[in-house]
Design a protein around this ligand. Structure first.
Ligand code: NAD
Ligand code: DAU
Length: 350
């Protein structure tokens, strides 16, 4: 099976490519990625010379390049997105462009080429805030809170409309918060681990009592593969780690595992529109496709910390340049920057 993977140089995409290539010669992968700040070919060093792997640098909004890369593929797994909630609040324009126009473009190209199978990678954030004791299943309403999650919900609805209108062979996954090796250190887990490693503060948004469902990226890869191989066309599958944790508890656990003091915890101004709780019901993928998460949060965290502690050159390659500018603006000068966003008009567009 020849698969076009979009966004394969990012965190989950690169883990997915390594995951399926490790299964043997069953899959050939074409990785189509624009290499934004979040895309990094170093994530794929282990497989770059693999005979079943190829790379095309391209934007998912570029229909003609996409068409030449997709021609002859048996399936598309669509990861490419602007994936960071905070950045979507600071500058929504690239998020709307890639996540909505990009998804529309890829749907059109795949439809034109009659691609037999399309897996759209979505997120639990489309369900919005989930009340205590409740769990979102695949029929729960879409109530996104950030420009990021609204753009992902928009993309989901476009995919759904293509299934209904054009008999387009798509399936959708909605996973919870992933963590694991090769995650860009703007997200909570790798940010806290790498800050611990360099004795920098742990910036906890608001009261730190927000809950997330943590899923090891390898478990997500297993779930996506199950959906690719056996998912029913037109269906949505939740994929969660079933390990709900408050941010503060998770931060304390990372401090403990890295042997750093609690004094590194620092409460900072909250993310605007911050959802308090995500929680998924994952009975459908368990019952219908036989998938369940295998890596506990405790084991996964230990393994992830170990990976970051032993990946100095990779880390030096990402904790530099634009990352440092971003860090300075939204962490070291957070009050000022968030105040400016709250009081300013629209941000620049591309
Ligand atoms: P990431 O930010 O690490 O990677 C995104 C990749 O997409 C990068 O390689 C980037 O270069 C590429 N990309 C961005 N815009 C592009 C464009 N216009 N054309 C081509 N390539 C482009 O993201 P991630 O965390 O690996 O997330 C992957 C997917 O999974 C996203 O769709 C995200 O919404 C979804 N998701 C992520 C999580 C999570 O916890 N990280 C959870 C649920 C769902
Ligand atoms: O739920 C799935 C989503 O998980 C994906 O769709 C997104 O692509 C992915 O980025 C992630 O979104 P979150 O906003 O949940 O992840 P993030 O790592 O940014 O934040 C996790 C929690 O930690 C959230 O409640 C905000 C909080 N946080 C985050 C950062 C970066 C902090 O308290 N401090 C921080 O510095």
């Amino acid at each position: 099976m020849k698969i076009l993977v979009t966004g394969g140089a990012g965190f989950i995409g690169s883990n997915f490519i390594r995951y399926i290539l490790a299964l043997g010669r069953k899959y050939t992968v074409v990785n189509y990625d624009k290499l934004t700040y979040a895309g990094n070919l170093a994530n794929l060093e282990q497989v770059s010379a693999h005979p079943n792997y190829g790379f095309v640098k391209g934007d998912i909004c570029d229909a003609s390049l996409l068409e030449s890369a997709m021609r002859g593929c048996d399936a598309v797994v669509h990861f490419a997105a602007e994936s960071h909630v905070d950045r979507s609040i600071y500058e929504p324009s690239p998020v709307i462009r890639t996540n909505i126009t990009g998804t529309f473009t890829i749907l059109e190209v795949a439809r034109k080429l009659s691609i037999p199978r399309f897996v759209h990678i979505s997120t639990d954030e489309v369900y919005g805030d989930i009340s205590p004791n409740e769990f979102a299943d695949e029929r729960s309403p879409l109530q996104p809170s950030s420009p990021y999650s609204a753009s992902k919900a928009g993309a989901d609805l476009l995919v759904r409309s293509y299934v209904r209108t054009y008999d387009f062979p798509a399936v959708i996954t909605r996973s919870s918060n992933n963590y694991g090796p090769y995650q860009f250190p703007e997200k909570f887990v790798p940010l806290m681990i790498t800050n611990a490693m360099s004795n920098q503060v742990f910036p906890v948004y608001g009261d730190g009592k927000q809950q997330r469902d943590w899923l090891h990226v390898e478990d997500n890869c297993g779930g996506i593969l199950a959906v690719l191989e056996k998912g029913k066309i037109g269906e949505v599958y939740n994929i969660g780690g079933l390990d709900l944790e408050e941010n503060l508890t998770l931060a304390r656990r990372i401090l403990q595992l890295t042997g750093k003091p609690e004094s590194l915890l620092t409460y900072v101004r909250d993310r605007p529109g911050h959802d308090r709780r995500y929680a998924l019901n994952c009975e459908k993928i368990k019952d219908e496709l036989g998938w369940k998460p295998l890596i506990s949060l405790d084991d996964g965290l230990r393994q992830t910390i170990d990976w970051y502690e032993n990946s100095g050159p990779w880390l030096a390659g990402v904790r530099c340049g634009e990352y440092l500018t971003y860090y300075e603006k939204y962490y070291l000068n957070r009050e000022q920057s968030l105040h400016a966003i709250a009081s300013a008009g629209p941000t620049t567009s591309e």
